[in-house]
Design a protein around this ligand. Sequence first.
Ligand code: 6PG
Length: 251
Amino acid sequence: MKAFFKTQILSDAYQTAEKLAKDFIRYTEEMLRYRDNLYIALSGGSTPQLMFEIIANEYKNALAWNRLHFFWVDERCVLSDDAESNYGNAYRLLFSKVKIPAGNIHFIHGGNDPLNEAVRYSGEILSFVPCVNNTPAFDLIFLGMGNDGHTASIFPGQTELFDCQAICAISQHPQTCQKRITLTGKVINNASLVVFLVTGSNKADKVKAIINSESISLLYPAKRIKPSNGALSWYLDKEAANFLDLDKLTI
Ligand code: 6PG
């Protein structure tokens, strides 16, 4: 697969988010020459919000929205109008500003009973996303990373969420005990492309531990992201990459 995304370090959070937005546009333009639709999963938290704003404000006419299907990597178990809602924030910043069919937005209903919603959402994924090795294979998954090395809503110590056979699972934030619904590691590592967008000095020590260390450290879930048949890349600003030994990039 052509290297649409490659690990790179940009000067600040804005430059990093804008470069990823531009590479995403180039990726969709190229891929939609061969594909009818693309299946993309978005992460939440604060980091991707800048990219959402950049796309909405500067590039909204550069994407074939009717041929892009957006899912979420994870969601907090809150209503979509809650400030914590990953879908709510993406809708407010991006999807409310572009001409995308409502049927192309496949969000996790955070206000539903978590168990029932995990089953419902898994079914929605299965009815849209093509499978590879009997597992949904997203074309592209955007990930973030917490300063504890978590990704999606898989937190340190919850590595069983990598190995379980389900498509998505229920996790709990270790500090706030907030329930989350998350894609499992099995699905994330089955994607064709996985891209981390990580910025800020508070992530620098984990970025180094995850990218520079040879050993697969089970301590940090982000370290276990290794697409079995796909490509992984990191978009970092200088602050997040501050401790990286660039001669020892293991990805
Ligand atoms: C979430 C995300 C999560 C996020 C990291 C980083 O729901 O919180 O999906 O995996 O990417 O927590 O969050 P920040 O971008 O806010 O640092």
